[in-house]
Design a protein around this ligand. Structure first.
Ligand code: BMA
Length: 389
């Protein structure tokens, strides 16, 4: 009888649902840690019905405070920490103690550990200083060919990647057998379609950009043995170029886990749109979701926001309206609004989430109460691999 040849264990698994094998996602890193794999699978699942809300630098400072443990403007307005925490690593490559915005890297490690241990999702961006000129990320002195293997500044670049890797590999939590690294979504060389960074479209050719992205992944994964990263690809707004150009800089499916876009303006009428910006933006998000789902990737609005929130119902009338205008568009996994600079330190208004007392606070609460939008207190466990269904 054929059945007799089926190993006992396999037979058990066929009969008992509880014995079903866990899903194993196809990731950029086949050796990604179990928690990193679980994050991918859970984000992919949750994206069908929810969008996680994220805030850059949420725990480090807010409009009216700086480095006060436990605080977050989002929490003080909406009652919960954000579901996603964005962090910025610019200046880590120089061996500095603080990042470009004055956030101490040791404190940042602590904020990352806290956010993760509460169940939140961590993502990092990196406005790396220009390795050729020594200027900042916005110094567009030609640098991409110089940092690639064989280039004049390859060694400086490697030193930067080494320091980045050391930080990512220091994000340890747990004791004994439970000791593990915090999974992180890394968004290398973002907004490359724009002109403002040294890796941006006018300052390199697209093949060199792809080499830069692939080299970064291969060096971190294969040379440094970093296995707690998911990789996100995030050009700037799809309003700025023909859609197919989104792929011009694409390093390939083998190098990307998350398909993103950074878009601050499309949802506003008159920004490169004839007529309704909300319709235009929701169609772009729909396209992004379709592309990601067809490739087994996760779609995300990797950066967005309205600086200074001068439209007091922006969160519901623009952002939520755009996401909800199309049922496919609403399958993005998360969105991240940029940072709330501390007014006293930076002497300027530059904030993207409301703080207590701000005119948009009530609208933001309505936004977060929408069943589509999740803050941290509504998250399921994202770090345990679900069983196949
Ligand atoms: C930009 C601005 C800058 C900041 C940089 C990196 O968008 O917020 O002030 O230094 O991001 O965080």
């Amino acid at each position: 009888m054929r059945l007799l040849h089926v190993p006992i264990v396999a037979l058990c698994c066929l009969l008992a649902a509880g014995c079903a094998a866990p899903e194993r996602p196809v990731l950029v890193d086949p050796n990604a840690t179990p928690e990193t794999q679980a994050l991918f699978v859970n984000l992919q699942r949750i994206a069908r019905d929810h969008v996680l809300f994220g805030h850059q630098d949420a725990l480090a400072y807010g409009y009216q405070w700086f480095n006060e443990p436990g605080r977050s403007d989002v929490k003080e307005v909406a009652g919960s920490y954000p579901a996603v925490y964005g962090w910025e690593l610019a200046d880590i490559e120089l061996g500095h103690e603080e990042n470009i915005d004055g956030v101490n890297f040791d404190l940042m490690r602590g904020y990352i550990q806290q956010g993760y241990q509460r169940g939140g999702v961590i993502t990092v961006s990196w406005h790396m200083n220009n390795p050729v000129s020594g200027g900042n990320a916005w110094d567009t002195t030609r640098a991409v060919p110089a940092v690639l293997p064989g280039g004049s500044h390859h060694d400086v670049f490697l030193q930067g990647l080494d320091r980045f890797a050391a930080f990512i590999q220091s994000l340890e939590v747990g004791e004994g057998a439970d000791r593990h690294l915090v999974p992180v979504i890394f968004r290398p060389w973002h907004e490359q379609s724009g002109h403002w960074f040294w890796w941006g479209a006018p300052h390199t050719d697209s093949l060199d950009y792809q080499r830069l992205y692939r080299f970064t992944v291969e060096y971190l994964r294969d040379v440094k043995g970093v296995h707690n990263l998911l990789y996100a690809y995030s050009p700037n707004s799809l309003s700025e170029y023909p859609r197919e150009q989104y792929w011009s800089w694409y390093p390939g499916d083998a190098y990307v886990d998350i398909l993103g876009v950074d878009d601050y303006y499309t949802m506003h009428d008159g920004y490169g749109n004839i007529g309704d910006g909300i319709a235009a933006f929701s169609q772009q998000l729909r396209w992004l979701v379709e592309q990601a789902e067809a490739r087994g990737k996760i779609p995300a609005l990797t950066e967005t926001g309205l600086d200074r929130l001068e439209i007091s119902d922006w969160f519901t009338s623009k952002l939520l309206a755009s996401i909800k205008a199309d049922s496919v568009a609403s399958r993005i996994a998360y969105l991240l609004v940029w940072r709330n600079t501390n007014f006293a330190r930076e002497s300027r208004d530059h904030f993207f989430a409301p703080y207590p007392g701000h005119a948009s606070a009530e609208d933001f609460v309505r936004f977060t109460q929408d069943p589509l939008i999740l803050l941290e207190d509504e998250l399921p466990d994202l770090y345990t691999m679900p069983r196949r269904r």
